[in-house]
Design a protein around this ligand. Structure first.
Ligand SMILES: [Zn+2]
Length: 133
């Protein structure tokens, strides 16, 4: 998922979000910058090593991040795969493959990002006030 969706998810579950929790809930996607790899803050084995010396609010934010990613990528409402993969329209991977000039297998993975981006777009359009409350 993307940053606003992660923050929205956190705010739906925690009434007193601290700045460190907000930071933690977007921190795992620092992997988009390639400063860290995706697994370092998303996979439990590596994550537990990383969070040993962290403030507990950052850890809490990271755990909310990974919960939402689990629903989006792995499993949602007792279905596999997660929400974003489950909702990829049949034609989308081919469109992604051709428009980006990437392999079919990679195109399917990238296609899920379009579903997540669409969700974030809808969220920002419908619930604009959540950021400021
Ligand atoms: Zn993530």
């Amino acid at each position: 998922m993307f940053f606003h969706t992660h923050y929205y998810h956190l705010k739906q579950h925690v009434s007193d979000v601290s700045p460190l929790m907000a930071f933690g809930c977007v921190l795992p996607d620092l992997s988009l910058t390639k400063i860290i790899n995706f697994d370092e803050l998303h996979k439990e084995k590596l994550l537990s090593e990383f969070i040993k010396n962290l403030d507990s609010d950052i850890e809490k934010g990271i755990r909310y991040h990974n919960t939402l990613d689990y629903y989006s990528h792995i499993r949602y409402q007792n279905n596999e795969p997660g929400f974003a993969y489950l909702n990829i329209p049949n034609k989308l991977p081919l469109l992604v493959e051709k428009s980006l000039g990437i392999e079919k297998k990679v195109a399917h993975v990238v296609a899920h990002n379009f579903i997540e981006a669409g969700l974030e777009f809808q969220l920002l359009n419908k619930i604009q006030s959540y950021l400021w409350n």
